[in-house]
Design a protein around this ligand. Structure first.
Ligand code: ADQ
Length: 511
């Protein structure tokens, strides 16, 4: 089997991966199954570039090759361009984007260093898979160093409409650099459509097949690969005796009313203040003292050096204090807001003990918490998933209660509906959702991406052959039309057939 080389901004510690974000969870699942190399930043910061060297650690079937960043890289590449430009723009938040030339330079510099350090470690048969927005130009950097292997890229975050993306300074070279990959993957159909529209309308490309683009004479495959979770292991975790003990320890059952759970990194894209306001609205809907439900919000910190993240933390602290002050009682704290990470077993137990999973991002690539919540439920007496229509997961998980997270009233009504929902309806919805998360698991995601990556070049040759045959047939038909002009009459059914064949599948722009 060909070696898999995964490259991402950050390489997670496999022993601590339970407390990392969704990307780390998916990558580790992929590498554990298949073996290979994971290359990226080790999370450490050094003062000077001269102190940067790679370290290699073997862990089961995978080798982790990591290096530090300099303080300047951290500010310019990581916080600056990646998280103050690309992250907000891709989450449709142009108002939060802060562009500086230094940050763009830092982004180029670190991507160049990644290419410099990685290229000597590669074998000719490696399959290379680059992850996420921090490393968009890495493929081009590797090509410039003579790497001819298949290289794929996956966007874990949304891909915005071209009108939004084009507001990013530097978007042109960034998007052009994507043409050096063989395959670019997206979470959802709408992300894929936005990308194709960008390539066709803003870069003069054309679609030569439903998932093949030709831009400036370069062919690129772009397809949808929705990220999933390891369903079986989550189900097992949630059902383990350990989970039962953990549930008892949380004393959730002793609380008045039902429990609602939210688990999100503390990020403005996750819609946390809107969620708290909707919960307050829910409490207002019930008569005084009835305590219908409590909200546990687990929100581990991220990117705490950025102003927008400090602000959201203050907002949430203030909101949870206000709600508890207004509605709390001696025996009841309506909002429990916990600002730290938990291991995955504890999360699974908490999901299972909660009647409602409240997932309300304003924009999200996929959202794995929605899938984890479904997998953790007791199939006989399951909880209800309330899901933002702006999470990628909503494209698939249609049996959730789908809401607009900006509409506080609508979210509050959905919570009320979930509280009052009959067991039979909960069971039916849960069964349908389980079927869906079984279709797109972490394993399927990895396998389908790698299979598409491996077959890209064969597919490309086949596409070119098919186009050549089509062109030959078309010109032969044109010649016969010249010899038999009556066939080209619009009223002639054969004439229509010929016309249809001529345009089928060729140069169909999505615009
Ligand atoms: P994230 O933005 O990190 O991921 P998400 O998909 O919800 O968002 O993944 C979060 C993961 O971290 C989940 O597995 C969750 O269990 C875990 N987690 C969250 N809070 C935790 C806590 N307090 N303690 C422990 N674990 C916690 C990015 C994109 C998403 C996309 C994923 C995967 O932003 O849209 O779904 O990558 O592609």
């Amino acid at each position: 089997m060909r070696r898999l080389v995964i490259v991402s901004n950050r390489v997670a510690d496999p022993l601590l991966v339970g407390s990392s974000g969704g990307l780390a969870v998916c990558i580790l699942d992929a590498l554990r199954r298949r073996g290979g190399m994971w290359f990226g930043w080790n999370g450490e910061i050094v003062l000077n570039e001269s102190e940067i060297s790679t370290t290699s650690i073997k862990h089961d079937s995978c080798t982790l090759v990591t290096m530090p960043l300099t303080e300047r890289d951290y500010h310019e590449y990581y916080l600056g361009f990646s998280n103050e430009v690309l992250w907000p723009v891709h989450h449709y938040r142009l108002d939060l984007a802060r562009f500086t030339l230094e940050a763009a330079e830092g982004y180029r510099r670190v991507n160049t260093r990644f290419a410099d350090k990685l290229s000597p470690l590669l074998n000719r048969s490696d399959l290379i898979w680059v992850h996420d927005y921090h490393l968009i130009p890495l493929g081009a950097g590797l090509r410039a160093r003579g790497v001819g292997n298949e290289i794929g890229f996956f966007f874990h975050i949304p891909f915005p409409p071209p009108e939004v993306l084009s507001a990013t300074p530097e978007h042109d070279w960034l998007m052009r650099s994507l043409l050096e990959y063989d395959l670019v993957g997206f979470q959802t159909i709408s992300d894929h459509a936005n990308f194709c529209r960008f390539m066709c309308d803003f870069m003069g490309g054309k679609m030569t097949a439903p998932d093949t683009l030709c831009v400036d004479g370069k062919y690129l495959r772009a397809s949808v690969f929705p990220v999933g979770i390891d369903v079986e292991s989550f189900v097992a975790m949630a059902q383990s005796p350990l989970a039962d003990k953990r549930i008892q320890r949380t004393r959730l059952q002793a609380e008045p009313g039902l429990s609602i759970i939210g688990v999100d990194r503390l990020d403005y894209s996750k819609g946390l203040p809107e969620k708290f306001r909707a919960f307050r609205r829910l409490l207002e809907m019930y008569p005084d003292g009835s305590k219908p439900a409590s909200l546990i919000q687990i929100a581990p910190p991220t990117r705490e050096d950025l102003e927008s993240y400090i602000e959201i933390r203050h907002d949430l602290e203030a909101l949870s204090g206000e709600i508890n002050g207004q509605f709390g009682d001696f025996d009841w704290t309506p909002v429990r807001y916990i600002h730290r990470a938990f291991d995955r077993d504890t999360l699974a137990a908490l999901y299972r003990a909660s009647r409602i999973g409240l997932v309300t991002p304003l924009r999200d690539g996929m959202n794995l918490v929605a899938k984890e919540y479904v997998a953790a439920q007791d199939e006989v007496d399951p909880g209800v998933l309330i899901l933002s229509r702006f999470a990628g997961a909503a494209e698939d998980l249609q049996e959730a209660l789908i809401i607009n997270p900006y509409d506080v009233e609508e979210v509050a009504h959905a919570m009320r509906r979930a509280i009052e929902m009959t067991q039979q309806e909960r069971v039916e919805r849960h069964q349908a959702l389980m079927d869906r998360i079984h279709q797109n698991t972490a394993c399927n995601w990895m396998l389908s991406f790698l299979q598409a990556l491996r077959s890209c070049r064969e597919q490309h040759v086949a596409d070119v052959d098919a186009r050549n045959v089509q062109r030959r047939n078309t010109s032969q038909r044109r010649r016969s039309l010249v010899s038999f002009p009556e066939l080209s009459s619009p009223s002639n059914s054969m004439g229509k057939l010929i016309t249809g064949t001529k345009f089928g599948g060729e140069s169909t722009s999505l615009s």
